[in-house]
Every structure is written in C-alpha cells, then in structure tokens.
Design a binder for this molecule. Structure first.
Ligand code: FAD
Ligand code: UDP
Length: 380
C-alpha cells in the first residue's frame, strides 16, 4: 500500500488514533463521548482489526483472521460492548482429537474418566485431595508433584494435550515458552466442559464487524480507511496520538524487528450441514494444523446444506509484507528489546501506546477493551 504523507498537526481533530481494532475503536468511542473530536486511521480496507468478520461466498459468516470467542468477567466491559450488539448465547467447548476419540479440553474429570477408565475413581480422588474440587492447575504445576499417580496424569496430559500442539504453535516445548501461555488452558478438577468459565460469554449476534460499525458511528469520530499512520510522529504538534500498531514499525525497527509467531489460515467450504462435532477441535497429537473451527457452530448461523471451516497452521513470522504478526513471543530478551522502544515512545508526551501490537502483549478482546476504556478515562 502506498503510504500517504499524513500530518497530525494539519487535522482538525485533537486526538488521532492509529488502528481500528478493539484498542483503537473502543478508545475512539469513549473519547468521542467525552466530547473529544477523534480521527481514526486504519491501513486495512476494513474496521475491526483481527476480530473482523464477513460473509464468505457461500453466505457463511467467517472470521477472516482466526476464530474469536467473546468471554469476560468484567461487567463494565460487558455493559460497554453490549451497547453495540446483542449476544448469541454460546458457551465454548473444545475437544482434542486423539485417535478416533474426542476428549474434552481443558483436560477435566470427564477427560480423566474417558482416558483412564480402569483407575479413574482412584486418580480422581488423588487429584481432588491434592488440589481441591473446582480448582484449575497449570500443566507445569501438575508435573513435578512427586506423586506417581499425579505424575501419571501429568505425563498423559503433557504428552497428549500440550507437547505436540505447543511445538506446532510455538516451535518450542511447553517448558520453553512463557508459563502464562500454557496456563491459559489449565487442567480443571471439575466436570465443567467449557473452555472458558467467565460469567459472560457469547458471540455478537450480527458479528463483530457490525459491532464495530455501531461503535465508530458517532458524530465526533472521523474514520479514514486505507491510511497508514506509521509516520504519525512527524509533525504531530501538540495532538494526542494513540497508536495501536506495531511499536517497532513506528520507530523504523531501529532496535530490530520484534519477534512474533504468525499463522496461515486455510478456509474450506463443504456441502454438508455439519462438518464436525464441536465448533473447535484441537489436533493435539496429529496433523500440521493446530485446530479446525466450524464457524456456524460458533455463531449459531443457520445456512442449510453448506458449512465453512478454518484450519490454523502456525508459522515463524519472517515477512511483514505477506504475513501478520499474530502472537508476541514473550521472553526476557524480547521484553528487553520492547522496553527500548517504550523508552523512545516516552520522549513524545502526547503519544500513548495501546493494544496487542503497540504493547507487545497477549490481550484477549475483553482485556484490551478494559485497557482502552481506562486509557480514554485517563486522557479525559
Ligand atoms: P488488532 O486487532 O490487531 O488491531 C490493530 C489494528 O491497527 C489493525 O486493524 C491494523 O490494521 C491497524 N494498524 C496497525 N498498524 C497501523 C498503521 N501503522 N496505520 C494504520 N493502521 C494500523 N481474543 C479473545 O478474547 N477471544 C478469542 O477467541 C480470541 N481469539 C484469537 C485468535 C487468534 C488467532 C488471535 C491472533 C487472537 C485472538 N484473540 C482472541 C485476541 C484478539 O485478536 C485481540 O484481543 C484483539 O485483536 C486486540 O485488538 P487490537 O486493537 O490491540 O489489535
Ligand atoms: N495449548 C495446548 N493444547 C491445547 C490447547 C492449548 O498445548 O489443546 C497450549 C498452547 O501452547 C497454546 C496455549 O496453550 O498456545 C494457549 O491456548 P489458547 O487456546 O488460549 O490459545 P489461543 O486461542 O490464544 O491461540
């Protein structure tokens, strides 16, 4: 895309937001409602960031940048987003395909009974005694208790849920990545088959893009699509700039490119009502892809005789021209490099970094919505 020379100080608005994903759009709306005039620049030809969804050729609503399931315990976030959408009541459940069996993930007491039918009762008692019913135990904690029965469960889960999936996803073993990452899917000492246990979960009834359209529809917001804001710091004057793109790009990668993991998505449409048993099936021991998502099962959309799926193939991130940086690779070295960029950013008093790319952080949609609301409240 051709970069347009775009100077913040020439614009009538006093707030310029770069990026129209959750970070940028939520912040824009909140500031607009406080009476600030906001200009949003988005370099793609659509809003919504990676939550963007659209109808495919068969009329199935698909998530173009990978499946997005909304869940939160934050009442304020939920109340805010609910102003722009009604919700399809959906509780996310995932199974792992192991041979011809489909085992609930996160691994829970149902999984235990399925995979250890002989001594499930005894193992369950051990688990409950060690951690308590209803608890969630990260796999790295379950390993290394020293108890042979618990080790047996831990070894099974490590090998059949985490090892191969994590090798595919990150190119590294579970113990080599940020523990918070595998900690997102802890072993659950319960019979709850849901992937998330948050109070609110569901899918926007008319899709994420519609939610964003409503959120950005405000008299104090002007949106420009197809405009790259990487050079926004040149002649920004005394404007407030909220930047939600990659921080290394903002500073010409002067300290080197930050490390990311990317994904290749393969979409398929099949002439059948239903493709698989669950909205998401994780391939934890086989295949090159990590998971298959069947969109109709996520969104509840009724389209007879046809269904669309997406397969996710993790890849190293090597080419910004053709790839998207999906997952920050969190480790000490990368955070140090990120810190050098933050120090540069601090030289611009009007500049705020927001979002998964600018903050080099894994944010769920609800967490970035919270952060965007709080930042807007701080800016006032
Ligand atoms: P983004 O959505 O990436 O938006 C940034 C926007 O800024 C983009 O539109 C980009 O084009 C634009 N931009 C960047 N640089 C510039 C520039 N220089 N000029 C102009 N525009 C620019 N979260 C959940 O809660 N539930 C899920 O199920 C879930 N699933 C996910 C699945 C995958 C595969 C991935 C990768 C993430 C998932 N997430 C999920 C996380 C979710 O995608 C993020 O929380 C959300 O996208 C963060 O929003 P953001 O605005 O920070 O970033
Ligand atoms: N994970 C795994 N097996 C699974 C599910 C998750 O090994 O069946 C690990 C993997 O390392 C993954 C992390 O747990 O990156 C977090 O999983 P989550 O489903 O939260 O990943 P995301 O939806 O963010 O891609």
């Amino acid at each position: 895309m051709e970069k347009i020379r775009f100077y913040a100080e020439d614009q009538p608005e006093d707030v310029i937001i770069v990026g129209a994903g959750f970070a940028g759009a939520v912040c824009a709306r909140r500031l607009a409602e406080k009476g600030r005039r906001v200009l949003v620049l988005e370099r793609r030809d659509h809003i919504g960031g990676n939550a963007y969804d659209t109808m495919d050729a068969s009329g199935v609503l698909v998530h173009v940048y990978g499946p997005h399931i909304y869940h939160t315990n934050d009442e304020g976030v939920h109340a805010f987003l609910s102003r722009f959408t009604d919700w399809y009541d959906y509780s996310h459940e995932v199974v792992a395909k192991i041979g011809d069996r489909e085992m609930p993930v996160p691994f829970n007491l149902h999984s235990l009974r399925m995979m250890f039918p002989e001594d499930a009762a005894r193992l369950e008692e051990k688990l409950v005694a060690a951690f308590g019913r209803g608890t969630k135990v990260p796999i790295l904690e379950l390993r290394g208790t020293g108890d042979p029965d618990l080790e047996k469960i831990a070894d099974y889960v490590y090998e059949n849920v985490f090892l191969h999936y994590t090798m595919k996803q990150w190119g590294k073993r579970p113990e080599e990545i940020d523990p918070a990452t595998t900690g997102r899917v802890p072993v659950s000492v319960s019979e709850d088959d849901r992937y998330f246990t948050d109070t609110f979960q569901g899918m926007p009834k008319e899709g994420y893009t519609r939610l964003f359209e409503r959120m950005l529809d405000h008299k104090n917001i002007r949106l420009l699509l197809g405009v790259d804001g990487t050079q926004i710091l040149e002649r920004m004057g005394d404007k407030t700039v909220i930047y939600t793109g990659p921080i290394d790009e903002l500073f010409g990668e002067c300290y080197g490119a930050l490390a990311y993991r990317s994904l290749d998505f393969v979409f398929e449409t099949h002439a059948t009502d239903s493709y698989q048993s669950h909205a998401v099936i994780n391939y934890t021991v086989s295949e090159d892809y990590t998971r298959i998502t069947e969109f109709k099962k996520l969104t509840g959309q009724k389209v007879p005789g046809v269904t669309s799926i997406i397969k996710e193939y993790p890849r190293p991130y090597t080419d910004p021209a053709t790839q998207i940086p999906y997952y920050a690779i969190i480790n000490d070295e990368n955070l140090k490099q990120y810190g050098r960029y933050v120090a540069l950013a601090q030289k611009y008093p009007g500049l705020h970094l927001l979002g998964r790319l600018a903050e080099y952080k894994y944010y769920n949609m609800d967490a970035i919505t919270r952060r965007a609301l709080d930042l807007a409240d701080e800016i006032g």
